[in-house]
Design a protein around this ligand. Sequence first.
Ligand SMILES: Nc1ncnc2c1ncn2[C@@H]1O[C@H](COP(=O)(O)OP(=O)(O)OP(=O)(O)O)[C@@H](O)[C@H]1O
Length: 349
Amino acid sequence: MVRQCEHCGERRQALRRPKTGHKVCRECFFQLLEDEVHETITQNQLFKKGERVAMAASGGKDSTVLAHILSELNTRHDYGLDLFLLSIDEGISGYRDDSLETVKRNEVQYGIPLKVLSYKELYGWTMDEIVKEIGRKNNCTFCGVFRRQALDRGAALMKADKMATGHNADDMAETILLNLLRGDIARLSRCTAIMTGEEGALPRCKPFKYTYEKEIVMYAYFKKLDYFSTECIYSPNAYRGYARDFIKDLEAIRPRAIVDIIKSGEDFRISSTARMPVQGVCSRCGYISSQKLCKACVLLDGLNRGLPRLGISRTRGIKSTNGVADIDEKSAVAGAVGNGFSKKLSLEF
Ligand SMILES: Nc1ncnc2c1ncn2[C@@H]1O[C@H](COP(=O)(O)OP(=O)(O)OP(=O)(O)O)[C@@H](O)[C@H]1O
């Protein structure tokens, strides 16, 4: 017996929505998902008319679907946004070079301009070179810290007003859990924000905050979107991996678990006695930091001095709120002399 879509009651069911369990046809699935993202955008006032928005594009499923849906909604609901794609080339051969080819095709398919910026041009190092120094265990720390800053710098270069990333509901639930497990109260208190950095030069937003990863994958699959689906060739962040697996197990038993973790994170009240870091700026590069030097400068300094573990290991007896040891600034600057890093930063900012 042919079963009808539970939403329109006309077309035949094609799938069961992982988030709600509703059995719907493809067309209704596309419409429902797009409407939910539109609702997230409007209810949270993520964009203002006329804004220039950088869509952080890795070529993976999340950012490819984001680019697709955001450009559709921009036209459909007349958001009036000036959209462009921004990609960071971390320098991982056999992975990012292939996924960047996907983003280059997306540029043509969606008719949205693309800007690519590399770690090599920004920091003087590719991830392949960094992994040779640090090995496979801690390389994700370098990659994550450098990417965050690289995206900000790319968006600033392109005169963007805002950045949108493809972080989804699963990513957010994972992050909440991780911060809880690490006792990182400062991050726990801000990680559920749908928009961050509003006080700084470039706000970032997450239009997929409530969108389930499984639904993003289904959307990309049924729409036949061109995306790159291989995992990074370097070892994934093991601790996050455990949180990820745990969330997936919970979701299998009770799909609402993901939104409920997000809700719990949002409603968390942080005790007024908890020590919170004071946001300032890095004394070397000017990037936001709660330490004298930002984490990227500390990590880069370690690399350039042949001490790649410098920014990773906590220094005994020195308190740090972001996991970076508060190293002596003079020695850090001395170590950076000759690599052109400071000069480059002052030119680009
Ligand atoms: N190299 C990159 N260049 C530009 N944006 C990136 C890059 N890597 C990640 N991002 C942005 O950060 C978001 C989260 O990245 P993450 O590494 O968690 O990948 P993901 O969840 O697999 O997302 P995706 O499927 O888009 O790759 C991405 O959706 C994208 O918006």
